[in-house]
Design a protein around this ligand. Sequence first.
Ligand code: SF4
Length: 221
Amino acid sequence: MIIYIIVIYNKKDKEKMQLPNKTCNLCPRLIDFRQKNQEKFPNYFNGAVPSFGNIDAKILIVGLAPGLNGANQTGRPFTNDYAGDILYPVLKEKGFATGNYQKRSDDGFTLINCRISNAVRCVPPQNKPLPCEFNNCLPFLVYEISLMKNLSYIVSLGGDSHRAIIKAFNLKQADFKFAHGAKHKISDTLTLIDSYHTSRYNVNTNRMTRKMFEDIIDMII
Ligand code: SF4
């Protein structure tokens, strides 16, 4: 991990690096979408959604991007997103969260030894980020991972998230193919576990079920 950070940033850049603030403006298309949403939904969060959970966690779950009426509304990953309706209860059941998930960022729900982020931190139109937007946001993921000194497992939700993580570690995509339930050793200390996304589409088409996500989390325990 340390080697890759050196590849991506020189020392001066790394010292300047920080996680994005709410008004990050690196992606013009997403800024345009944000401004439209600020007019349409003035009470929404409408910004780069910060990660949820402690930086010293053992597990990092990486999704695709905030949903318009989910994380983009509440300002917390997967909160009020359909995907959170499976993700959060399962994390609680498996001992990685406490409290009552009520689809609000102020519900007191707390992650235990787990952190949640997204490959792209601002809501994209039609929930589809462009390749340049993945690239713009990637340094934040790389930097965040470098801060997680106790990190042992990364769970990628969906193929796009998987590919962002492989890129973050400067590994060859061809050597690490996405497959639901696959485990990839991506460094001496880190294992990547692939999961289908707990999205509404995947659940409604039976590609993904709560039991399948429970099994993914059981791979960590
Ligand atoms: S997607 Fe990432 S890089 Fe792009 S504006 Fe949002 S926080 Fe910045």
